[in-house]
Design a protein around this ligand. Structure first.
Ligand code: SF4
Length: 228
């Protein structure tokens, strides 16, 4: 009898997973139409600059980071210059982004590693990225997707809030667990753009601080939490 119940439960789980995959495809399609050009909102023209910006973006807006890095690169225009700088000099410039001391220390250490171990380049392996100071899974995924065009799931605060509301995951808040759940649902080649589009949607419509604007939402007929 236990074996029968176990089998039934497994079948139900598989059905739920299939339904979520179908939902994911519909959401991807809808958001693609709504935000056709959604991309990374951090400005960069070089992989190492995106590494710097993602570190600065922790608990700071991308808009502010984009202003601060201009000043940073006026003084330290390349990997070598940042690697040779004193962390205190970097801190003086990046302080407006918050957590200046630790961000400056990480950026300095990270640029030193790029210089000494990667000839000034950014490694294109997820595991190598994860070993860089101040680089977590979110940042490593962002770099993999945006710089190297590889499959990526970037679980930032917008992504986590929205996929919970939409019903792709159920009450999962831990970024790594959300990432792992989404890998099973989102076609790999769609992950990076899907996450960028969630950021746009989270800022404009499915907001965190106000009640979400479900009446204006392009996925309201698909979303588990529409109007709740
Ligand atoms: S319907 Fe409402 S809760 Fe659902 S994604 Fe849209 S804005 Fe967010």
């Amino acid at each position: 009898m236990e074996a029968v119940f176990g089998c039934l439960e497994r079948n139900q789980e598989e059905m739920k997973e299939e339904q979520k995959k179908e939902l994911a495809l519909k959401l991807i399609d809808r958001l693609k139409k709504e935000y056709p050009d959604a991309g990374c909102t951090l400005d960069y023209d070089n992989a190492w600059k995106l590494l710097v910006s993602v570190r600065l973006a922790a608990q700071c807006t991308d808009a502010r980071v984009n202003v601060v890095v201009e000043k940073l690169y006026e003084k330290f225009p390349d990997v070598d210059a940042l690697a040779a700088a004193d962390a205190e000099e970097i801190e003086e410039i990046v302080r407006p982004c918050g957590l200046g001391k630790s961000k400056a220390r990480d950026i300095h250490a990270c640029m030193k590693i790029l210089k000494e171990q990667y000839a000034g380049n950014v490694p294109d392996s997820f595991d190598a990225l994860l070993k860089l100071p101040g680089v977590g899974r979110k940042s490593a995924n962002l770099i993999m997707g945006d710089v190297f065009g590889k499959p990526a799931i970037v679980t930032d605060t917008h992504c986590i809030r929205l996929v919970n509301r939409m019903g792709l995951v159920n009450n999962i808040k831990d970024p790594k667990k959300v990432e792992m759940a989404l890998w099973k649902l989102i076609p790999p080649e769609e992950g990076s753009d899907f996450c960028h589009r969630l950021v746009y949607h989270g800022r404009d419509i499915c907001t965190a601080r106000t009640k979400p604007y479900c009446e204006k939402c392009c996925v309201s007929d698909l979303c588990a939490k529409a109007g709740v």
